[in-house]
Design a binder for this molecule. Sequence first.
Ligand code: PEP
Length: 249
Amino acid sequence: MARKFFVGGNFKMNGTKESIKAIIKNLNEAQLDPNVEVVIAPSHLYLPIAVDAVTASTVSVAAQNVYAKPNGAHTGEVSVSQLKDLGLKWTITGHSERRAGGESDEDVANKTKAAIDGGLSVIWCCGESLEEREAGNTVAVVEKQLAALAAKVTGDDWKKIVIAYEPIWAIGTGKVATTEQAQEVHAAIRKWLKANVSDAVADETRILYGGSVSAKNSKELAKQADIDGFLVGGASLKPEFVDIINSNQ
Ligand code: PEP
């Protein structure tokens, strides 16, 4: 089955009302490859502005994080139903910057399951640190993260998951994984899905690469058999995001 190319933009804790509107205006006015699904994730504060501003038919808005509990006394958290109330269809879970702040594999799996049960699709992030890579543990780390996810999600849940492989040492560092390094891990993820979930999930799940993706390296990365798109941080705030979206042409 052909997997639709997917490009996410993670704005992280960046932007203002005006700059977010300007980024979205640029996307609305650009010639975006109609065969690419684009999802942008501004901070929670700017989600309503983003939802109102997007007019491009291939662009949707995601949250960067969500809480696993439905409602109640959870100061500072945002629920799945609140995101749905804004008209969102997506959230990111398990970004390494949140895992570094204390989210465990299980926390991330719980959030992912809660999001899917509440009707959202999820960009679920995984990836190894430099230490783990240098110790030769890259695939083992990612498999452990996948196993925690697979323990919570079942059957059709996988249709609502896009996996973002983001080596931590490549995020925001300008140090992009080589095409071979990225393809190798993407292939290992697909192999794991085949062995532990199903052939269909392995075939159909989109696996994005994230980590210093730019207009300079995206075309080469996009050619790899198991790279189905990107999760882009820094460059998603710049006009070159359009070139990254169009890099599969
Ligand atoms: C990210 O935040 O998911 C990311 C990949 O960041 P950057 O593109 O800046 O490395």
